[in-house]
Design a protein. Structure first.
Length: 297
């Protein structure tokens, strides 16, 4: 059966937003400011290697300065801390990103808290978490929920007064997603329900969602019968599942059973090509915001 849902194209919206950002990057360059991003990868997680490469490529294409620093998986916390201190003091670097997950030797929270909050383009430092929670626009919004919010705004999905159900409560996606949906202004003013792995009868909540945002990290967790007819479905999941018919031996699926959900939803994001390209776009936005705020504190 041919599905009815409109596809929300993250590649197209991301490209439009990067074109819009080019104007601001050019204006900063006239003032001799080139926004700079440092990306740190510790260890050899294969998915992280792909993401880090994509972030560097996106900086190159946008004309941003970037450094990718790769450290071995037995790097000590002290070594990472001294690198962060050097980057905090480096005037060419406006944004610092430590790719997660970190190897077990390193306490992620201690590392993330060592980044100067003014350079914390991931928005994971408690100072930025707090600013985002109270709607202070100088805070950095974590790139993935920031990208989801932009997808909603730019596809004309009205969040004001809508019931948004967020499935997942991670610090990277679920929790900041709730904060953004609750803010006043475009892409905000929603009524928000949060569900997670311990929610009982989760389908009772998902079926009430006008906007269903799924970031629970379980392949094809949300089935068609869990979606309200006419809902907008945003699938944040990126899961590798074994597929011997593919050259790499795996394929990517989201947290939503796409073929089923698209029969029921009014609009839906594909995986890949939905939220993913927006995440990198918003990282570029945050790096430019960091450079702008550094120049005008
Ligand atoms: N790992 C998965 N998502 C993210 C992200 O948004 N930022 C960082 N630093 N690591 C991640």
């Amino acid at each position: 059966m041919q599905g009815g849902a409109r596809l929300i194209d993250g590649n197209a919206i991301g490209a439009t937003m990067r074109a819009e950002l080019a104007g601001e990057i050019a204006a900063l360059k006239k003032k001799s400011i080139v926004p700079g991003l440092a990306v740190i990868l510790v260890g050899d997680n294969p998915a992280s290697q792909v993401y880090v490469r994509m972030k560097g490529k996106a900086c190159d294409e946008a004309g941003l300065y970037h450094e990718t620093i790769k450290l071995p998986k037995d790097t000590t916390e002290a070594d990472l801390m001294s690198l962060l201190e050097r980057l905090n003091a480096n005037p060419k670097i406006h944004g610092i990103l430590v790719q997660l997950p970190l190897p077990k030797l390193i306490d992620s929270n201690r590392a993330l808290h060592r980044i100067d909050p003014r350079k914390d383009v991931d928005g994971f430092h408690p100072e930025n978490v707090g600013k985002v929670a109270v709607g202070d626009p100088t805070g950095f919004r974590p790139a993935t929920p920031y990208g989801v919010q932009q997808l909603l705004i730019r596809t004309g999905v009205e969040t004001k007064g809508a019931h948004a159900v967020v499935v997942g409560r991670s610090n990277i996606v679920g929790r900041p997603m709730v904060a953004l949906l609750l803010q006043d202004g475009p892409g905000g003013n929603a009524t928000v329900t949060v569900c997670h792995s311990r929610t009982r009868s989760i389908e009772l909540y998902t079926r009430q969602a006008d906007i269903l945002i799924v970031a629970i990290g379980k392949p094809e967790f949300v089935t068609g019968d869990m979606v309200k007819p006419g809902a907008v479905v945003i699938d944040v999941g990126v899961n590798r599942v074994d597929d011997p018919t593919r050259k790499q031996g795996y394929r990517l699926v989201g947290d939503v059973k796409f073929q089923e959900a698209k029969q029921v939803a009014a609009a839906i994001t594909p995986v890949p090509g939905g939220v993913g390209p927006m995440t990198i776009t918003m990282l570029l936005y945050n790096t430019v915001q960091a450079a702008r705020q550094w120049a005008n504190p």
